[in-house]
Design a protein around this ligand. Sequence first.
Ligand code: URA
Length: 301
Amino acid sequence: MAEPSRNRDLDDAIASLRRFLRSRWEERDDVLFRTTAPLPVVPPAVARPGLRTPAPPQGVLRAAAPIPRPAYPAPALRTAMPLPRPMTARPGGGRPAVERHESGILNPNGSDRGKALLELYGRIKGCESCGLCKGRQHFVFGTGHSDARIVFVGEAPGEQEDKQGLPFVGAAGRLLNELLAGIGVSRDDVFICNVIKCRPPGNRKPELPEIEACELHLYEQLRIIAPRILVALGTFAAQSLLQTAQPIGRLRGRWLRWKDSDLLATYHPSAGLRAGSFKKVIEEDFQLLEKRLAKEKAGPA
Ligand code: URA
């Protein structure tokens, strides 16, 4: 819905179609969403950013309850996309030349995940599901490696991101690059995107209909990439992904779960730009990530 229709019946029909699609997606409908095995039903949302739903009592947070490791993505997808993932760094130094597609995806034809992301980009880049499409210069899909083990999720593009069509390329992006470099991770080895793909005017907070329309794109990206680790940058990303109203101060600094991924939430880099104390806390959270990566590198004991 690019703009409110004058036809109430049409608005109602579109709203109920959207609710139906969302519920089928959440239940992993294998006809509508091409999964080959029934996947676990995600517990219903307890609260959503922007909604005045009361904060869930302690312990209700989805991540707090152990979620069994499901066959997610569907087994067919897994066999088609075997792990371990190729990273851009190669033994012996030197990086192979990687192609950066206009979408931001690196080497999109290099793997099945890359091709699937590219196909998704082609399908959604002209999205007109909410009014944000009217003011955008670019649909900011996301950037990085399609086979990344780590996906970083921010809030929404700002001015620079809208201009360049890439996420986190302004001041907050420079701090993110610095934080990544601090733990020895290259921006090109991870995937970086936002919950919202088009810039809200004047960088205002995204509104609920915009979130509802856009997070389906994010879920689809995450289904394809199937990262082991998700890093939620800031309140908005953490609350959107975890569907909670809990403050970021309570969510950050520990490993949580999001579907089949481990999730680490931290403050948004722009908070780190505003205050050194926040930057310090973000650095502490990135150290958790560094430790986790070092452990993975060492392999099972
Ligand atoms: N802030 C975000 O959340 N995302 C960006 O891409 C840039 C700034």
